[in-house]
Design a protein around this ligand. Sequence first.
Ligand code: IPM
Ligand code: MG
Length: 357
Amino acid sequence: MSRTVLMLPGDGIGPEIVSEAEKVLHKVNDQFSLGLRFESGLVGGAAIDETDSPLPDETLEKATRADAILLGAVGGPKWDSLPMAKRPEKGLLGLRSNLELFANLRPAILYPQLASASSLKPEVVSGLDIMIVRELTGGIYFGQPRGVRELESGERQGYNTYAYTESEIRRIGRVAFEAAQQRGKKLCSVDKANVLEVTVLWREIMNDLCREYPDVELSHMYVDNAAMQLVRAPKQFDVIVTGNMFGDILSDEAAMLTGSIGMLPSASLNSEKQGMYEPCHGSAPDIAGQGIANPLATILSAAMMLRYSLNEEKAAEAIEAAVSNVLDQGLRTADIMSEGAKKVSTREMGEAVLAAL
Ligand code: IPM
Ligand code: MG
């Protein structure tokens, strides 16, 4: 049975980091006889330049057929002045919504080798292992109505809608409770229920669901407090579940606790476990093309892909062990560089992971 993986390098550092992850995938494909077939496609700014659309039909068709997708990153200053509907980010958001990838898993794990790379004290972050479950296809990112309108006064007003249906809350809640069951059995739901009705409903549904998962301890936290607690005492968290925008913000914050956002992978899954896998970081246009980006978040995203969408746990673990091995060897890209370590390029880091496999 052959399974298809679609590679979507995208923009900025995307092509550089995806190419390293692709080599790693080819190697485990051979080593573990996975029978994976690889395709590639255009998305984001790269797609706009070629086809005038951030998500060409051809890419969407390939994505729909693929068993899993590995995406680099989208966006950059070149396309920043385009109208919202034509921007590179629409390519990414369009893939998420068309494939109904509602469950975004963003693990923030501190590799012991990188404790000194965190801006927080080692004792605050050592052993950190948090899973952020972010709702990805609803909330204020997709709510209608939205736009910029002219008021009677002649002044313009920008507006978006923050809305969640019960079923949207319930399905992301289930993913989070199940993730907690597999881990430390603690779930913290993050909302703004002191101000926003939509999150009053969110909290009510989470409490409701909790009865079905008696082994999981559920707590609730307002998002402002959660942002503070993440830098004050991050190890109090096991699994965090939250809506689309709060999850966007808190996952960047959590990523930084681990030393560099260049280390953090993510998985976006639908109810059939079809998934898109991408590093949490963006396209980093400022360093694109210089060969200094950290490919590890993308390589670790490939490992998540093997685990969650392709059911190849052994191959996933092999990649994760190889990453840990190169860190043990003291190899570091610029973003995680520390004294006494050996600074390597994007390609050298990729080659080192290949060699460790
Ligand atoms: C992320 C990114 C995206 C988001 C952007 C690029 C649209 O920040 O995946 O976290 O906001 O979801
Ligand atoms: Mg983000």
